[in-house]
Design a protein around this ligand. Structure first.
Ligand SMILES: [Zn+2]
Length: 510
């Protein structure tokens, strides 16, 4: 007998429909699985066999062929187990085949018949479209988010068969105990003492989508500050939330309660991360990298100079285009990867330390920072020095302004920018700047003087104008012309390091 059971697999971050065709018939007893299965799919035989026997079904002593269609596409992962088992039961007469109609099945089987969670359920359910889907308990949330028809949950193979035959109803989905990631509020700026400049830089970065480099000695609080950037961004709208959920699901990350990633993600890969870990790829199975996991959120690179040059080079494409393209012999994929980049680095070769401790000269420090930020040195609109909080700051009774207040200003500024140009200010191209960010006469004079004194390059000039546009928008004045004060502030947010005293700073020209 023959049965065909709908299921799905995953390629990159996209689901792909698979028809699991099971033939049980004459011939020497045996089991073959065809249609480009990978090793894990091929091993389904042992899992499915044990699960069927443990659940009280017979393993057909016939010639069994499982064909995964379309046969030209590579299938990977254990998510086809349940469909194979259901197909075998139907094709061997242990389950009336008509009972399976109208259902697709996703899930891995344990040897005891348990149904286990798999990665990529949201994109798989999305690909399956107009059909009821049966998924593992733990994938219920993301399946519901992506589903167009009913979502059924099951903890065991026995439960699936009982529901299909009508012996017992499907379990109500809201009765599923799902061990989601506990929802924790993102870290709040109210916890940060002092640091007025860094706070303002975070707000500007959030409002304009500007990439930000923190320069400061160990213990100055760079990481603590960077972790607070997602809390300044507006919650994701439905489209963005869905897009980010698809990536997180495909990567097998635990999803928040309800299954939808509706807050900007924060990803902080370690500096030993490989290029594949950062931008995605992989020889066995195509996986999204950290750049895609940070989609619509924040990518934080601590100790920027310690990252491999190749890994940083690979980040240029997502930084410029908002996507990662992967081309291989058998697979081409475009993964979304639009994020705000925050990076942190020490100020100098000796690490800085408390004021006055550093023995490095200015030339050495500038050279150090240039080398550190290497391939990405031209990607930062904002470069801000972070000092250790003073004793007064640490002993002051209260923390700073909470994130919610700053986020309100960020949301308002983003709305102004989107209404004006249809994009965040960081994405403005030089040709647009005269229309979108015209300069007041004094502001223009200041920038001209900076360039004449070689303190600003052409590229730096455009960056300052973009940042000054964002600062103006944050002022909520509705002012179209960018004034002197905003340009001065933008210039102060591209400093590389403190010189001798806090008032005197060196500027990067690029
Ligand atoms: Zn030093």
């Amino acid at each position: 007998m023959l049965a065909s059971i709908p299921s799905a697999t995953i390629v990159g971050i996209h689901g792909s429909k698979v028809a699991v065709e099971v033939y049980v018939g004459d011939g020497l007893p045996g089991f073959r699985i065809v249609g480009l299965p990978d090793t894990i799919v091929r091993e389904a035989r042992d899992r499915v066999r044990a699960a069927m026997l443990e659940t009280g079904y017979a393993w057909p002593k016939h010639n069994i062929v499982v064909n995964l269609a379309p046969t030209a596409e590579r299938k990977s992962g254990a998510g086809l187990d349940v469909a194979i088992a259901v197909g075998l039961l139907a094709a061997s007469g242990q389950l009336p085949p008509e009972r399976t109609a109208g259902h697709a099945f996703i899930g891995e089987l344990g040897l005891d018949g348990r149904v286990r969670r798999v990665a990529g359920v949201a994109p798989m359910v999305d690909a399956l479209g107009e059909i009821d889907v049966v998924v593992p308990d733990e994938n219920a949330g993301e399946a519901t988010v992506a589903a167009r028809r009913a979502v059924r949950v099951a903890a065991t193979l026995g439960e699936i068969v009982a529901a299909l035959t009508g012996d017992q109803p499907w379990r109500a989905i809201d009765r599923v105990a799902v061990p989601d990631e506990p929802s924790r509020p993102p870290p709040d700026l109210a916890d940060v003492r002092g640091q007025p400049v860094a706070r303002q830089a975070l707000e500007v970065a959030a409002a304009g989508g500007h990439n930000l480099l923190f320069v400061g000695s160990p213990g100055s609080g760079k990481t603590m500050l960077a972790q607070r950037l997602p809390g300044l961004l507006p919650p994701l709208d439905r489209d963005r939330a869905l897009a980010t959920t698809m990536v997180h699901s495909a990567a097998g990350l635990r999803l928040p309660p309800g299954g939808l990633v509706d807050h900007p993600p924060f990803r902080a890969p370690h500096h030993t991360s490989s290029t594949v870990a950062l931008v995605g790829g992989g020889s066995v199975q195509l996986r999204p990298g950290e750049a895609s996991l940070a989609h619509n959120g924040v990518l934080f690179l601590d100790e920027l100079g310690e990252f491999g040059r190749g890994a940083l080079e690979a980040l240029r494409e997502p930084l410029e285009e908002g996507v990662v393209r992967i081309a291989r012999a058998n697979v081409h994929a475009v993964l979304p990867a639009r994020f705000v980049l925050v990076a942190a680095t020490n100020p100098c070769p000796c690490g800085g330390g408390p004021p006055g401790a550093c023995q490095c000269d200015d030339v050495a420090r500038v050279r150090y920072l240039r080398r550190l930020s290497g391939p990405l040195s031209d990607r930062f609109d904002l470069r801000v020095v972070v000092h250790r909080p003073s004793v007064d700051d640490l002993f002051a009774g209260e923390g700073g302004e909470p994130s919610a207040a700053a986020r309100d200003r960020v949301v308002a500024a983003r709305e102004i920018a989107l209404h004006r140009a249809g994009k965040v200010n960081a994405a403005l191209v030089p040709d647009e700047l005269d229309d979108v960010a015209p300069l007041a006469a004094e502001a223009r004079e200041l920038l001209r003087a900076e360039m004449e004194h070689d303190r600003l390059t052409g590229r730096g000039y455009h960056k300052v104008r973009r940042v000054a546009r964002t600062i103006t928008d944050l002022g909520r004045s509705g002012e179209h012309v960018v004034g002197l004060a905003e340009v001065e502030l933008a210039l102060s947010m591209r400093t590389a390091l403190p010189r001798s005293g806090p008032a005197e700073v060196m500027r990067w020209t690029a």
